[in-house]
Ligand binder design. Structure first.
Ligand code: C2O
Length: 486
């Protein structure tokens, strides 16, 4: 932490920013178990207020170009830094594999803190390599209905612009808009629990695990939407773990996901980070551009990043003060693994293929299963063995019990979330998507049984003339559906 402090002290001195910047010193830092000098915090800006000539964008481009120009032996080289997220499928890395590579955390409660650290070290790399130590990562707030287009500086010009990547959905690169359901935070924000039992996705910040895992599933609700949904619809590099961070848009997308974590904490209602030592004590490593040996590896624990402003020196434009988070002072032992077999009420439906048109999958519920389901406190529908042959480039809105003839609309109570299998193409074990379906199911079955009708509605971007463009790349299938009692 001493580096960032001295850096930001310099920033204070050089810019005379003391009057406008938030200042952190002694008492607040001590309360959080950190000691050190005061530093001035940066505010990560909303891309809406920036143009190609804003200093943030000029520095970002300069820093990215510098990373691209670094030799492939340097851990801060652009592709090497992207390999930390995931390697491949193509093109293969040019330098010997590093233990830092392919370490992104998905489908677990470390999804948010791991990506927060990754962003933080990226921001430090851009600061250092652009020479602009006041640089703060901009965020793309696609949850604002006026910002559903890819920010213009990432699309145009298409030559001589490091922010432009041709490997994206063509409609979006041409100024089309993300579909509304890709950026809908209402399901995620409705969960007041950060985490939940292993095997379900009924939490804001993904399931509990005892150890880091690069490719766990199911994903949590914020991770699924907007996170996975935006990755899936943008497609190209963004559609796969192994290439996502090669698209500069990745950083603007993830700054927004990190911001939504802060927004969720400000919503109250019991929302807070896990008060759990397994979560808090986990450390992850990254190359630090501002270490005394540039690019040497630095580790951070989750407990060191849960309070972004006092610990990492940034906040987000437009987000009110985030309540302070804390970690337990004692180890609480491992989390209890759940037994999926015991939770299972029934499995149904054989292999199903999803297409470019809405697909209805009917799962008959026998009488004994119906009885147990009606008595369950909470129900989760798991779609197991999801396989994609390529990043699909679209998402599926998932509805349970949608009355026939009703136009699919995510504002309907039958909407349970999106299937956007980001990561399924990497084949790191079976990919499962899961949805809480308690309210929907209890309306469509009774003690005699019934049918679970699941409707999958494909969604793609809206082109500049207002037409939706749904183009499925490869195929999407799942092996079986499983209804579990949470
Ligand atoms: Cu690790 Cu948006 O991905």
């Amino acid at each position: 932490m001493s580096r960032i402090r001295s850096t930001r002290r310099k920033f204070l001195r050089n810019t005379g920013a003391a009057a406008t910047a938030a200042l952190f010193s002694g008492p607040l830092l001590d309360a959080l178990g950190i000691t050190g000098d005061a530093f001035a915090a940066v505010v990560r800006p909303n891309l809406k207020n920036l143009t190609a000539t804003s200093s943030t964008i000029v520095s970002l481009k300069k820093g990215i170009q510098a990373m691209i120009n670094l030799p492939s032996s340097n851990p801060l080289n652009w592709n090497n830094f992207a390999n930390i997220h995931g390697i491949g499928p193509t093109p293969p890395p040019t330098s010997p594999a590093s233990p830092l590579w392919s370490t992104c955390q998905h489908g677990s409660w470390w999804f948010l803190p791991w990506h927060r650290m990754y962003l933080f070290f990226f921001e430090r790399a851009i600061q250092k390599l652009s020479g602009d130590m006041t640089f703060a990562l901009p965020f793309w707030d696609y949850t604002d209905p006026t910002q559903r287009q890819i920010p213009s500086m990432y699309r145009t010009p298409t030559t001589g612009n490091v922010l432009f990547i041709p490997q994206r959905n063509a409609t979006l690169n041409a100024g089309g808009q993300l579909p509304a359901s890709a950026v809908d935070t209402s399901v995620a924000f409705s969960f007041t629990n950060f985490t939940g039992p292993t095997g379900t996705s009924s939490s804001f910040g993904s399931q509990q695990l005892n150890a880091p895992n690069h490719g766990a599933s199911p994903h949590g609700r914020l991770e699924s939407t907007p996170h996975d949904s935006v990755h899936s619809v943008i497609g190209g590099f963004m559609g796969s773990f192994g290439t996502a961070a090669r698209d500069p848009l990745f950083w603007a997308h993830h700054a927004n996901i990190d911001r939504l974590w802060d927004v969720w904490l400000t919503m109250g209602g019991g929302r807070r980070d896990p008060n759990n030592s397994t979560w808090c004590n986990q450390a992850f490593s990254f190359p630090d551009a501002q270490a005394s040996t540039q690019g040497s590896t630095v580790a951070k624990r989750v407990s060191q990043v849960i309070n972004a402003l006092p610990q990492l020196g940034y906040s987000y434009q437009g987000v009110s003060a985030v309540p302070a988070q804390s970690c337990p002072t004692q180890s609480l032992g491992n989390v209890v693994a759940t037994d999926l077999t015991k939770m299972t009420i029934m499995t149904g439906s054989g292999k199903q293929a999803l297409r470019e048109v809405p697909t209805l999958v009917r799962i008959p519920v026998p009488k004994p299963a119906a009885k147990r389901a009606l008595a369950a406190r909470a129900l989760v529908l798991r779609l197991e063995g999801v396989e994609v042959t390529a990043p699909p480039g679209i998402l599926y809105e998932v509805y349970v019990g949608l009355p026939s003839g009703t136009k699919a609309d995510p504002t309907l109570p039958n909407y349970v979330g999106n299937l956007a299998p980001f990561g399924a193409d990497m084949h790191m074990g079976e990919f499962t998507a899961a949805f809480r379906v308690s309210d929907q199911l209890k309306k469509i079955i009774n003690a005699e049984g019934g049918n679970i009708d699941v409707t999958f509605v494909p969604r793609g971007p809206i082109d500049p003339s207002g037409q939706e463009v749904v183009k499925l790349e490869g195929s999407v299938t799942f092996e079986r559906a499983r209804l579990v009692e949470e």
